[in-house]
Design a protein around this ligand. Structure first.
Ligand code: LLP
Length: 409
C-alpha cells in the first residue's frame, strides 16, 4: 500500500495521520487514498498501452460515487451488474458508451433501461436473455449490440468461491452450446453480436489461465468465422494480500493480448476491480474490549463482519496493523474479532503481536475492493462511513447510515 504507510511510528494515508482522523470519533470507518486509486488505474492503462483497451472498472468492487467519479475523470468506463450500478455509473459521469452490463439474471426491466440508455454492450449470459433483448429491441424498432459471455471451462486457480469460468459455474455459456446457439443469434433481427466476453474468476495470481482463455477464444472465433468489434477479457487480476503472494505478471500477458487483438482486429475491453481499488483502502476500527480466553486473548473490535465480510465469506487474510507502532510484545496468541453474534465474525489471529490496549485503533488492510460493497445491516448495524483522502485533505464520501432510518422498517 504505497500511499498508506508508517511515518515513524504513526500510520499515514497520503499526508494525513490516520490516528488524527480516528480520534475525531466515528470509528469504524473505511478510508481510501485517492492517489493510490489513480496510480493503480494509470499503471493498468500503461501496462496495456500498446492495446489501448477500454478499461471498464468493475463497479461491484467499490461502488462509491466519488470513487467512480474520480476514475471516470481519468477515462475509465464501468462494468455493471445491476440497474443500480448502471444508474450510479451514469450519475458519476461515466458515458453510456463506456458501460458494459454483465450478470446471469438481468430482468426485463433492467434490460429495457440498459437499452434505452444506449450502453456500449449488454453481455448476455443465456439464450433466453438474448431472446428477451431481441423482443425489447423489436418493440422499439431498434438494433441492439450485444456481447455474449462464454464459459471457457478454465480453472482460474483461485479460491473456489470466486472462480467463475469452470463448467460447473453458473456464468456464461459453454463453447459447445454457444457454437450451436450462434446460428440462432444470426436469425434474431434486432440484435447484433459484436463481442464475446469472458471472466474466469477473481484474485488470480498467475497469467496461465488467462493465456488459456486467449487460446480457446482464438480457436472458437476461427471455427465460427466470427467478425467481432470487441473482445471483453474481464477482470480478475489479483493483488498481494500476503507478503508471500507474488504479483501477476501483466506485462507478459499484455504482449499476448496485443498480438491476439491485432490478429482479430478488434478492441479489447478489460473489467478490473480489485487491482484498481483493493490496496487503496483500510478499515479503521477501535479496540472495544480485550478479553482473556482459555488459550488466546480476544481483541474485540467495533467493526463487525457486516462491515467487512471477506474473512467470514472466504477465510480471506487481511493484515491487521496498529495505527501507532510500539516495540513491546503481547505474549501468546491474540485473535481480532468483531461484535456481531456469529462465530465467523473474526478477522485474524496473531502470535507475538505488539502491545495493544482497549481504545487503541487498528487498521484492517487492503479492503478497498469488496469491502463496503459487500457490507450489510446484519444485526441492525448501520453502514459505516467512507472517507477519501487527497494529499493533506479528507472528505466524507459516504456518511454513516442514519440509525433512525435503519430502524424504520
Ligand atoms: N467482471 C465480472 C463479470 C465480474 O463478475 C467481476 C467480479 C469482475 C469483472 C471484477 O473482478 P476483479 O478484477 O475485481 O477480480 N467478492 C469477492 C470477489 C467476487 C468477484 C465477482 N466478480 C471477493 O471479495 O473476493
Amino acid at each position: 500500500m504505497p500511499n498508506i504507510k508508517y511515518v515513524g511510528k504513526n500510520l499515514f494515508i497520503e499526508k494525513l495521520s490516520v490516528a488524527n482522523i480516528a480520534k475525531k470519533g466515528g470509528t469504524p470507518f473505511y478510508i481510501y487514498s485517492e492517489n493510490q486509486i489513480k496510480e493503480n488505474y494509470i499503471k493498468f492503462v500503461n501496462t496495456f498501452k500498446k492495446i489501448k483497451p477500454l478499461v471498464c472498472f468493475a463497479t461491484k468492487s467499490n461502488s462509491n460515487l466519488s470513487i467512480l467519479r474520480s476514475l471516470g475523470k481519468l477515462g475509465a468506463g464501468t462494468d455493471v451488474v445491476s440497474i443500480g450500478e448502471l444508474l450510479k455509473a451514469l450519475k458519476a459521469g461515466i458515458k453510456a458508451n463506456k458501460i458494459v452490463f454483465s450478470g446471469v439474471g438481468k430482468t426485463e426491466e433492467e434490460l429495457k433501461i440498459a437499452i434505452n440508455k444506449k450502453i456500449l454492450l449488454i453481455n448476455c449470459e443465456s439464450e433466453s436473455e438474448t431472446k428477451i433483448i431481441n423482443k425489447i429491441a423489436k418493440r422499439s424498432n431498434k438494433k441492439v449490440s450485444i456481447g455474449f459471455r462464454l464459459n471457457p471451462d478454465i480453472d482460474a486457480k483461485t479460491h473456489k468461491k470466486i472462480s467463475t469460468g469452470k463448467a460447473n459455474n453458473k456464468f456464461g455459456v459453454s463453447i459447445k452450446n454457444f457454437s450451436v446457439f450462434f446460428k440462432e443469434i444470426k436469425k434474431l433481427k434486432n440484435i447484433k453480436l459484436e463481442a464475446l466476453s469472458v471472466h474466469i474468476g477473481s484474485q488470480i495470481l498467475t497469467d496461465v489461465p488467462y493465456k488459456r482463455v486467449l487460446t480457446v477464444l482464438s480457436k472458437l472465433i476461427k471455427n465460427l468465422n466470427l467478425n467481432l468489434k470487441y473482445i471483453d477479457l474481464g477482470g480478475g487480476f489479483g493483488i498481494n494480500y500476503n507478503k508471500k503472494d507474488k504479483p501477476i505478471n501483466l506485462k507478459k500477458y499484455s504482449n499476448l493480448v496485443h498480438s491476439f487483438s491485432k490478429k482479430l482486429n478488434c478492441k479489447i475491453i478489460f473489467e478490473p476491480g480489485r487491482s484498481i481499488v483493493g490496496n487503496a483502502g483500510i478499515l479503521v476500527s477501535k479496540i472495544q474490549y480485550i478479553k482473556n480466553g482459555t488459550n488466546k486473548k480476544f481483541i474485540i473490535l467495533n467493526a463487525g463482519m457486516n462491515d467487512f465480510m471477506r474473512p467470514a465469506l472466504y477465510d480471506a487474510h487481511h493484515d491487521i496493523i496498529p495505527i501507532k507502532k510500539n516495540s513491546k510484545k503481547i505474549k501468546g496468541i491474540i485473535e481480532f474479532v468483531g461484535p456481531v453474534c456469529e462465530s465467523t465474525c473474526k478477522f485474524g489471529k496473531y502470535k507475538n503481536y505488539q502491545k495493544i490496549y482497549e481504545n487503541d485503533f487498528v487498521a484492517i488492510t487492503n479492503v478497498g475492493a469488496y469491502g463496503t460493497s459487500l457490507s450489510s445491516n446484519y444485526n441492525t448495524r448501520p453502514l459505516i462511513a467512507e472517507i477519501l483522502v487527497n494529499k493533506n485533505k479528507f472528505k466524507f464520501i459516504r456518511k454513516k447510515q442514519n440509525l433512525l432510518k435503519l430502524i424504520s422498517a
